[in-house]
Ligand binder design. Structure first.
Ligand code: SPV
Ligand code: MN
Length: 626
């Protein structure tokens, strides 16, 4: 301990030392001292969340060229390197102590070996740089959901982004008992040229769950570097598993039903599949767009937003389809744009509905129409995974419960992915276990630009949380089953699909139709509409949808639309069950037996329906259920 104090005292100025020591937690002191020893920063800055300190971070990000000011005074742009534009799944690795395994789906290495490599990469990485130490709280402060998190980084952009995205925790940390559990994140951008990480070939993220610590190096993309996002999620999943709650890749929103009623729903969609646009849909209010913790509080399942901001995909955000986000991005609300095109201080992105400029600055530097990369590929004006970072406060559609310490009661849990050929646009599961197994655990989705590698490849994406799982998949599923089953009235579970295509390969739903699916789910939660029992779940009646389309979208919904959107595609659904069973049979240990029995039952029901009605079953044949 004395050694820790000696390092801190000799490396920090008096003011920074005092700020750090005002936090009594010894894990924090030790972590900062070890990081200093390892990364050898020139200076250390401890942020106490005062306006002066947070403003210093923003100004320095600009002064160092990590961000550039835009025409709107409160907006900046940040560029990541050409090859550092998304989460790097391949190099995100768990450090697993001897004798443990996380199963075949997760990238893992021996802890000792992995730690050595990580430390070699981080050694001396902050020479000539300033180390920033910041404190945050995941979930509302002073609540049963709160998790204290300390972030160390040498990137002012990362520290500035975290400022918008996470609840400031310096004062919360000051009140914490000396020994309480803290998540710890250490990031270095490594060597820079024009403020961009150049050692990206040697980048990586290492998760040392035994010590609640995540390391990230030689990368800047926020998904790899802002420790509180997906890096902390991996630690939270382990903590949740130990303590009997759930840490999920889910939005949290209030759908507004009749007479001002609000029904809270969480939704798990893989990255780039409509999670943010769903939670920002007109007429609803948003609590969070990406991460939720679910706990049983007073016998009911309640949830909070882990974050207080949005790091959202900007591609295709336009005035017509995403009016709420569009307005925010045009306003003076602070925004960090990343990897968009800048022309004359104005940001542009793919699918923004405007005439694109022919030149500007983007992630490749000076850009002009027709510019090619090293392999001769044309460089798009903005990256497909270009993003915006904003705080939620100030949004006209922010729900007032964001900081409620007990969270909100969850009425529905939704699962959805980029699924071209199986699931209908919306259906309800028969019960919690059926939803967990046939929707959550059976989710498949095409890959997107949110992760490095090819897009459009069908991937097994259980619970939309596969990329972040840190416990064996079988155990994760058992946790889900137990969580709902031990609850008196668990939320209803729904599956949605915004990406269903017809046999000609055309999408058969509109971007805004999701509003109707949400309103239908809201009515189902309160038992105010009946449904029809298909083999895969409960489907809406045509009349109810037609009424909701008129009311919420002022659109004439036709029987023809209904018949193509809600048909049961038996051969495709059977193939899907086969694929999912194979995933669970091969290399997943401790799969609950219930998973196989529910999938088998599902297959039997589909085959029985096929014998009676053929391969492609119109929804009109099913019986009513209340
Ligand atoms: C996602 O890709 O799911 C995101 C962005 O929400 S990040 O995880 O931060 O890369
Ligand atoms: Mn996400």
């Amino acid at each position: 301990m004395n050694e820790v104090m000696t390092i801190l005292e000799s490396s920090l100025t008096d003011a920074n030392f005092r700020k750090l020591l005002a936090i009594p937690n010894r894990h924090v002191h030790e972590f900062v001292a070890n990081a200093i020893e390892l990364c050898e920063p020139m200076k250390v800055f401890v942020c106490d969340d005062s306006e002066m300190d947070t403003e210093y971070i923003r100004r320095t990000a600009i002064a160092r060229g990590e961000e550039t000011e835009l025409a709107v005074r409160t907006h900046t742009v940040h560029f990541d390197g050409m090859f550092d534009q998304a989460r790097d799944r391949e190099h995100t690795i768990y450090l697993v102590p001897k004798g443990e395994t996380l199963g075949k789906h997760l990238m893992q290495t021996d802890r000792e070996r992995g730690l050595k490599l990580t430390k070699d990469r981080l050694r001396g990485s902050m020479r000539n740089k300033k180390m920033i130490v910041r404190f945050f709280c995941l979930g509302p402060i002073d609540s049963v959901f709160s998790i204290p998190c300390v972030q160390i980084t040498d990137s002012f952009y990362v520290a500035h982004s975290a400022d918008l995205l996470y609840r400031h925790g310096y004062n919360f940390f000051r009140r914490l008992p000396e020994d309480s559990e803290v998540f710890r994140m250490l990031h270095s951008s490594g060597k820079l040229m024009h403020s961009v990480s150049i050692d990206w070939k040697r980048r990586g993220v290492a998760i040392d769950y035994r010590e609640n610590t995540v390391y990230s190096y030689n990368t800047q993309y926020a998904g790899n570097t802002i420790g509180l996002k997906k890096l902390a999620l991996r630690l939270a999943i382990r903590k949740a598993s130990r303590e009997g709650w759930l840490a999920e890749h889910m939005f949290l929103m209030a759908v507004h039903g009749p007479n001002g009623r609000k029904t809270y729903m969480t939704g798990a969609f893989p990255s780039g599949c409509g999670k943010t646009s769903t939670s920002m849909i007109p007429g609803a209010t948003i609590v969070g767009d990406d991460l939720a913790y679910l706990r049983k509080v007073y016998g009911k399942i309640r949830a909070v937003n882990v974050e207080k901001g949005i790091f959202g995909i900007i591609r295709s955000v336009n005035e017509k389809d995403d009016p709420v986000i569009w307005d925010v991005l045009q306003s003076e609300h602070p925004v960090i744009f990343s990897n968009v095109l800048i022309n004359d201080g104005v940001p542009y992105w793919i699918g923004d509905g405007r005439e694109p400029p022919k030149r500007g600055i983007n992630f490749s530097g000076e850009w002009f129409e027709g510019k090619k990369d090293e392999s001769g590929e044309e460089i798009p004006p903005a990256h497909k995974n270009a993003r915006y970072t904003i705080a939620l406060d100030g949004l006209s559609n922010l729900d007032e419960t964001l900081d409620d310490v007990d969270g909100v009661k969850v009425g529905a849990v939704i699962y959805g992915g980029r699924d071209t050929d199986t699931w209908v646009p919306v259906q309800e599961s028969f019960d919690w276990a059926h939803g967990v197994i046939t929707m959550g655990a059976s989710l498949e989705s095409e890959s997107t630009a949110a992760t490095l590698g090819p897009s459009g490849v069908r991937l097994f994406q259980p619970f939309s949380n596969m990329d972040f799982l840190s416990i064996p998949l079988g155990r994760y599923i058992s946790n889900h089953l137990r969580f709902g089953e031990a609850t008196e009235a668990p939320p209803k579970v729904f599956g949605v699909n915004y990406f269903l295509k017809d046999s000609n390969g055309n999408f058969i739903t509109d971007k805004l139709d999701k509003r109707v699916w949400l309103q239908w789910m809201e009515l189902r939660v309160h038992g105010e509409v009946s449904a029809m029992k298909a083999p895969t779940g409960l489907l809406p009646w045509f009349d109810d949808l037609q009424r909701l389309f008129r009311r919420y979208l002022n659109k004439e919904y036709t029987m023809e639309d209904y018949l193509t959107q809600f048909e049961t595609r038996v051969p495709e659904l059977i193939s899907k069950i086969n694929r999912i069973e194979n995933e669970y049979r091969e290399g997943v240990t401790d799969v609950p037996a219930l998973l196989f029995s529910i999938l088998e039952e599902q297959r039997e029901m589909l085959l029985a329906a096929q014998r009676e009605h053929g391969d492609c079953i119109p929804p009109t044949v099913y019986d009513e259920i209340h």
